[in-house]
Design a protein around this ligand. Structure first.
Ligand SMILES: Nc1nc2c(ncn2[C@@H]2O[C@H](COP(=O)(O)OP(=O)(O)OP(=O)(O)O)[C@@H](O)[C@H]2O)c(=O)[nH]1
Ligand SMILES: [Mg+2]
Length: 756
């Protein structure tokens, strides 16, 4: 079993300090989930030792405002929040959309927003309330600063409080309406340091199960305690689990140890399972900064991890013809069918990797077993993984780039199905007219695959948050991105098509804003920087109304360079925005002079008033045309690519001759490991249930030189020899059937491989 790893802790402090919800909305949610189980009541808050040492004690206060009276936006100062932060970064702005609390019905959906920021050493939170409902309460949580600065503990405590609070409320209300229950959701993921868990209100459309991730189990597990399967990966490639608490076995017993367990792929530690709810005051190592949490929708927009497995071949069978008047009918066992293939195909209608949030496993069908009368088994069904244009396919293990799929309709054979095993009819020979031997089907190859979507935009609009990138996109194309006067309005890239003429169009992407330090994970923009790698041209928007536009320009350029030197090498256009504002027009000359000195000719525009935007479009198009021509020339040089090279490599490996092997000796355990694709495949396909198989195997070891090499290297009586899944004990005694030294497989010395 893969090592079980604890899930504890919560999102980074700045990411999810608190949640906002109204009683009214919760009631809506509940009535939709009438059959849900009651939530487990939470234990009373337990401030941890180290958090109180930090001077805070984990104090939490909640303020309630009746929504009826609430203004459109409320600002709360969380003055004791990260004051003790050694380096408060003025730029650490984070905004999160509030949870959807209303019905499925879009119109009635209530969406509140929470904006968080650091102003000097003080954290503030601004709550934007849209269409406040008539009733209900707004609850605002306030959290202690002392905790916030403690590694990890912080976030945990905070998240904890929120869940608690939420649950407390739920309980109160349950008394009134018994059949209604709230189901909360947990998002568990691997942060830069350790496991993290987040509590969410349910997203109505989200049917994800509780998640348990265990690649060693092929991603599936029948074990009772695994309530579900993994759904995705963190940007780092670790397990992410989204748990719907509804699915967990909750009861009202406070000491109940129900838990969400996440299995971490490459953690070799002892198994440990930790209760998400109980373990929030556990110590964590200190010293490293936590990766900021990113909402699931963003993580899954352009990255996904999937598991693909080609079908195993069907087994061949041993059968003999039985016919009237034919006393000794010959062997008639048919071959197994070939396993299904895994294809990857570009679907022009897709534009994100979000569908892979819910479907992670792609398994082609296995070939049917052969039958008597020389009937071969049927082929296994193929499976086609559909991806959007611009998807890069990598093997998760080696991080090797396998494929780059750009054009709709492109199709690559990724994993070829396993060959069917031969039936006994195929083993008939002059010396053996009635062979009692058949092969097993070959196992289909399997692989964890990282998918990454790089948008296929021609032009990428980059710049600091709030510079007016989305405004520019909306001015030059029909796209309608959300525009608002706060940083990080744009969480996901927006695409727009700019038409200059009938056949002159370009795709422009508005990317999330970049902050200083983005390449190290500050802000949100880095998540999407890789999209700009595909763009031929960058349009760099600078906020002219900012304090120091030149400095902002340099900082963003530096971020691009730190992310990837190829980005700064791209042709780019500098656009100085918000010229309609006096502070911007005042600073324009200075900015222009500075850039001209560097050999750059900036454009000035007012994106809002659509002044100067057409010049930018024309300039970008001119550069784009040049780039397109250059790329076309490159393509002519390189010729069309073979998309099946992954499958070809697998097939080549399958054909590896049996006599190509290496032997590794472990002196400590006297074990000889025979490693070679050909011989291992032979072992895998050997069906040990037939007595002749063993003889054939012995013969193969002799013929391909394994025995000879072992003797030459000094194998001794009693040593263990391992080939693939077969483990044997070496004996120097000549066997009855053979005069040469050979491996003997006494009943008690052979561990038979277990094949499914
Ligand atoms: N006065 C003026 N305001 C502008 C102009 N362009 C954009 N703005 C305002 O600047 C604010 C931010 O604009 P957005 O287009 O959302 O900025 P953004 O760069 O997309 O920001 P993020 O998505 O958060 O990175 C909005 O309030 C816009 O109305 C302009 O030319 N003049
Ligand atoms: Mg924007």
């Amino acid at each position: 079993m893969a090592p079980a790893v604890a899930v504890a802790a919560a999102a980074a402090a700045a990411a999810f300090p608190f949640r906002l919800f109204s009683a009214e909305a919760r009631r809506n949610t509940r009535s939709k989930r009438g059959s849900a189980r009651p939530l487990k009541p939470s234990p009373p808050p337990r401030p941890s030792a180290s958090s109180s040492a930090a001077g805070g004690g984990g104090a939490t206060t909640f303020t309630r405002l009746p929504l009826r009276d609430a203004p459109a936006s409320v600002e709360v100062t969380l003055d004791r929040f990260p004051t003790a932060n050694p380096e408060p970064r003025a730029s650490t702005f984070t905004r999160r959309n509030g949870e959807r609390l209303g019905d499925d019905d879009e119109e009635e959906e209530e969406e509140d927003e929470v904006e968080l920021g650091l102003r000097g050493a003080t954290t503030f939170a601004r709550l934007h309330l849209r269409d406040s409902p008539d009733g209900g309460d707004l609850t605002i949580g306030q959290f202690d600063a002392g905790v916030a600065t403690q590694e990890g503990l912080t976030s945990r405590a905070i998240s904890r409080q929120m869940v608690e609070h939420l649950e407390d409320e739920v309980e109160e209300e349950e008394e009134e309406e018994e059949e209604e229950q709230v189901v909360s959701r947990l998002d568990i993921f691997e942060g830069a340091k350790g496991r993290e868990a987040r509590a969410f209100l349910p997203d109505e459309d989200d049917d994800d199960d509780v998640v348990v991730f265990d690649p060693d189990y092929d991603g599936y597990s029948d074990d009772e305690e695994f309530v579900a399967t993994a759904i995705d990966q963190s940007p780092r490639g670790d397990a992410i689990a989204v748990a719907e608490l509804e699915k967990l076995k909750y009861d009202n017993d406070e000491d109940d140890d129900d838990e969400v367990v996440v299995f971490h792929p490459d953690d070799d530690d002892d198994e440990e399972e930790v209760d998400v709810f109980e373990d929030y005051d556990e110590e964590e190592e200190e010293g490293e900064t936590k990766e900021k949490g990113v909402p699931a929708v963003m993580r899954c927009f352009d990255t996904a991890k999937i598991y693909a497995k080609a079908g195993d071949g069907g087994n061949g069978v041993v059968a003999f013809r039985r016919e009237k008047y034919v006393p000794l009918g010959g062997p008639s066992g048919g071959d197994g069918g070939r396993g299904g293939n895994v294809f990857v195909e570009v679907d022009g209608d897709m534009n994100s990797l979000l569908p892979f949030r819910k479907s992670v496993h792609f398994r082609a069908g296995r070939g049917a077993h052969g039958q008597g009368r020389q009937q071969a088994g049927a082929r296994g069904d193929d499976v086609v993984v559909k991806v959007p244009p611009g998807t890069v396919v990598r093997s998760a293990a080696g991080e090797v780039e396998l494929l780059e799929l750009m054009k709709p309709g492109q199709r690559a054979l990724l994993l070829p199905g396993g060959r069917g095993g031969r039936g006994n009819a195929a083993f008939k020979s002059g010396t053996n007219k009635a062979p009692r031997i058949a092969e097993k089907g070959e196992k289909g190859p399997e692989m964890w695959i990282d998918l990454e979507l790089k948008l296929v935009a021609d032009v990428g609009i980059v710049g600091a948050p709030n510079a007016g990138k989305s405004t520019l996109l909306s001015a030059i194309s029909a796209a309608k991105p959300t525009i608002a006067n706060y940083p990080f309005t744009t969480l996901l890239p927006n695409l727009g098509v700019v038409s200059l003429d009938f056949d002159a169009t370009m795709v422009v992407a508005d990317l999330p804003g970049l902050l200083e330090g983005a390449h190290r994970g500050y802000g949100l923009g880095h998540e999407f920087l890789r999209h700009s790698e595909r763009c031929s041209v960058l349009v760099h928007v600078v906020d002219g109304s900012g304090e120091q536009p030149e400095y902002e320009f340099e900082a963003v350029r530096l971020e691009l360079e730190l992310f990837s030197p190829s980005l700064v090498d791209k042709p780019y256009i500098v656009v100085y925005n918000k010229m309609d504002l006096p502070e911007a027009s005042e600073r324009w000359n200075k900015f222009q002079e500075k850039l001209q000195a560097e050999g750059i000719e900036p454009y000035c525009i007012s994106a809002m008033n659509r002044q100067g935007t057409q010049d930018v479009v024309l300039a970008a198009y001119k550069v784009l045309q040049k780039e397109r021509q250059r790329m076309k020339d490159d393509e002519e040089w390189n010729g069309p690519e073979n998309l099946n090279h992954v499958a070809d490599a697998i097939k080549r490996e399958r054909r590896a001759p049996m006599n190509e092997f290496e032997i590794f000796h472990d002196k400590g355990t006297n074990t000889w490991n025979v490693v070679g694709a050909g011989i291992e495949r032979f072992v895998q396909m050997t069906n040990w249930q037939y007595s002749e198989s063993l003889k054939r195997f012995q013969h193969a070891l002799e013929a391909c030189g394994v025995n000879k090499t072992l003797i030459k290297r000094g194998v001794k009586e009693g040593d263990t020899v391992v080939v693939g899944e077969m483990e044997m004990v070496w004996t120097d005694e000549p066997s009855k059937t053979r005069s040469s030294k050979t491996m003997n497989s006494k009943d008690d010395s052979v561990r038979w491989p277990e094949f499914g």
